[in-house]
Design a protein around this ligand. Structure first.
Ligand SMILES: [Zn+2]
Ligand SMILES: [Zn+2]
Length: 135
């Protein structure tokens, strides 16, 4: 399958030939800031499956303390993807066009969710990191 994604202004576009995996939503305070939202909505991708189609020159990166970075469109501010050690690590689900054929599999760091958030029931929730997984 081919998954297409783009930012809000449409200048930055990418394609993924393959499947996303490990879609999850992290409710920690850092992800709230990074994703400007109640939580992250993010899935991992094989870097070899990922291609920028347009606007790669518009990307700005912010690499945090753990070496994990986010890339966003410098024109409209959409956060498009995560990078780790220079390679694309995953994508934000919000910038995907259409159905990526994956659903959120879990909510993590629910113990530090925003006071104003109400999380929909139905999939596993973890107060912190799920077993044997780093954030
Ligand atoms: Zn944009
Ligand atoms: Zn988080």
């Amino acid at each position: 399958m081919t998954i297409l994604g783009e930012c809000f202004c449409g200048e930055v576009k990418y394609s993924i030939k393959g499947k996303l995996r490990d879609a999850q939503s992290c409710h920690c305070s850092r992800c709230r800031k990074a994703f400007s939202s109640q939580a992250s909505a993010y899935a991992m991708v094989d870097a070899n499956d990922f291609r920028w189609l347009a606007g790669e020159n518009l990307l700005t990166s912010y690499v945090g303390v753990h070496g994990f970075g986010l890339q966003f469109c410098s024109k409209c501010g959409s956060t498009l993807n995560g990078v780790y050690k220079g390679a694309v690590h995953g994508v934000t689900l919000g910038c995907i066009n259409g159905d990526p054929e994956i659903e959120l599999g879990r909510h993590i760091y629910v113990g530090s969710k925003a006071t104003w958030e109400v999380i929909a029931q139905g999939i596993p929730q973890y107060q912190e990191a799920p077993p044997a997984t780093a954030e």
